[in-house]
Design a binder for this molecule. Structure first.
Ligand code: PEP
Ligand code: MN
Length: 371
């Protein structure tokens, strides 16, 4: 994938003193002027929060839930901005939202996960932002793990001239049983970083976890992966919040979490460290080469089996054999102190490729000889 997005560094829109991580905090929703102001006041006192967030238009799964304070909430946000000197941010989902957010001088506009899935909605919003260069646009990942759609949204805003861009990683919907509200699937933001390293990534542990207890560990993981910021839902009285009560934390808990986080450098200039790292990486390179050689050996055997099954006219997929492999490889993994789930996932991929190869052999026409 070829992506050219020369976005501005975060410091240019979030303030001169932004140190990694950038912190965005505030309630899931602006509920009342008092709730918003009190939360903002306590957050301001921490002196660690760069942008105050509050949802004004809430994308609720079903109607009849609290759908946000609307324009009133924008007024409360802009009062907070004036009185406390906070940069303010809210979610926008259509051109009307953008028009109103601009009217109230909202600094940071974020696109929610349910909106990123729609290229039509994104294009309409990008058109509405044409020529607006002083605001930041943060794009949450789409609800399902499709990296192209996420990147497509950046491209649409970029073409409209928006340069203050960042990504928000908020996890992905799943039908599997999970301790997370939205599974993090870290390889997606990691791949985004590889393809478009200029785009800062902010992790939203609140919507990934869905529960307050998970926020510290998720935030630490995001920092260990070199992410650039955190968006954490914060409320003066989380249990009484009108939306996302289970995942919101108080400003003082936010302070504890931020104090406990270990922020490691993304690289080091220490020569001894870099030499040692190079040495270990060379070892990894060698092991990986061996792994690939072994995979090739395995595939050569798979091909032989494929030919044999073809001659004997039996199916490629043998359910009993597959079941045995899954059980046995999982057991072996445990004995070697590897996670069973990890090794089983790997073997699913290996087995899928074996089936593909054997199907190719089965469907290949027999070689014809010239008469
Ligand atoms: C939010 O940030 O409050 C929100 C609705 O998030 P998401 O789009 O990630 O569900
Ligand atoms: Mn929320």
């Amino acid at each position: 994938m070829n992506v050219e997005l020369n976005v501005n560094p975060m410091e240019s829109w979030a303030g001169k003193n932004v140190h990694r991580p950038l912190i965005i905090a505030g309630p899931c929703s602006a509920e009342t002027p008092e709730q918003l102001f009190e939360t903002a006041k306590q957050l301001k006192a921490l002196n660690k929060v760069d942008v105050l967030r509050a949802g004004i238009w809430k994308p609720r799964t079903r109607p009849n839930a609290f759908e946000g304070a609307g324009e009133d909430g924008l007024k409360w946000l802009s009062d907070v901005k004036k009185e406390l000197g906070f940069k303010i941010g809210t979610e926008v989902a259509n051109p009307e939202h953008i028009e109103l957010a601009l009217k109230y001088d909202v600094d940071v506009l974020w696109v929610g996960a349910r909106t990123t899935v729609s290229p039509f909605a994104i294009q309409e919003m990008a058109d509405a932002l044409q020529g607006v260069t002083d605001k930041a646009v943060l794009v949450k990942n789409p609800t399902h793990p499709e990296l192209g759609l996420w990147i497509g949204a950046f491209e649409r805003f970029y073409r409209a001239g928006v340069r203050n861009l960042a990504a928000i990683h908020r996890g992905f919907s799943t039908i599997d049983k999970s301790k997370y509200r939205n599974v993090p699937t870290w390889q997606i933001p990691i791949e985004l970083k590889r393809i478009a390293p200029q785009i800062p990534i902010i992790c939203d542990p609140s919507h990934i976890g869905g529960k307050r207890d998970l926020i510290l560990d998720l935030s630490q993981k995001a920092m260990d992966l070199g992410m650039d910021g955190l968006m954490i839902e914060t409320h003066i009285d989380p249990d009484k919040a009108w939306s996302d009560a289970d995942q919101q934390i108080t400003p003082s808990r936010l302070n504890e979490i931020l104090t406990q986080l270990k922020i490691r450098e993304t690289s080091s200039t220490d020569q001894q460290f870099n030499d040692h790292l190079d040495e270990l990486r060379e070892k990894i390179d060698n092991v990986d080469r061996e792994l690939i050689e072994i995979l090739a050996q395995r595939m050569a055997i798979v091909e032989k089996i494929g030919e044999y099954k073809k001659q004997t006219n039996v199916t490629t997929f043998q359910v009993k054999r597959w079941d045995d492999i899954m059980k046995n490889r999982g057991e072996q993994a445990k004995k070697m102190n590897l996670s069973e789930a990890y090794v089983i996932e790997l073997f699913k991929v290996i087995h899928e490729e074996s089936i593909r190869k054997q199907t190719e052999i089965m469907t290949k026409a027999p070689a014809t000889t010239n008469a």
